[in-house]
Design a protein around this ligand. Structure first.
Ligand SMILES: [Zn+2]
Length: 123
């Protein structure tokens, strides 16, 4: 199948691009070195976010952003999907993540879509 073949390095690059662009640049998000990036095979979703958590060892694991290699086959979709997951990261970091895609998420999503030219309907 034609299209993009994602690598973790590409996810990291997309994250850093967004992190230095508005509105993310004002959110104090962790540097890419402090986030885990994973390419996943699932086809039932575009991306997935998992917040920081304690390991059995007692050490804290980084937050993880996973993007579906099967669903995300273009650069514009990669950037939009990464932006979506970064709102989840921001909500997790600021403790406002109660409820998936809650009103606070929707408000941030409108701001991100306006700044980056994403389609809010499919975001
Ligand atoms: Zn979401």
């Amino acid at each position: 199948m034609a299209g993009l073949r994602l690598t973790p390095e590409m996810l990291e690059g997309a994250y850093e691009y967004l992190r230095v662009s508005p509105p993310f640049s004002r959110w104090n998000l962790p540097h890419a070195d402090q986030v885990s990036f994973r390419v996943m095979g699932t086809r039932d979703r575009f991306g997935h976010f998992r917040g920081r958590h304690k390991r059995a060892s007692g050490n804290e694991a980084f937050s993880e952003i996973a993007i579906s290699a099967g669903m995300v086959r273009s650069s514009d979709l990669l950037i939009a999907t990464m932006a979506h997951e970064m709102i989840h990261l921001y909500q997790d970091e600021t403790g406002t993540a109660r409820g998936h895609h809650n009103p606070a998420f929707q408000k941030l999503a409108r701001r991100v879509c306006a700044a980056h030219g994403f389609d809010l309907e499919s975001f």
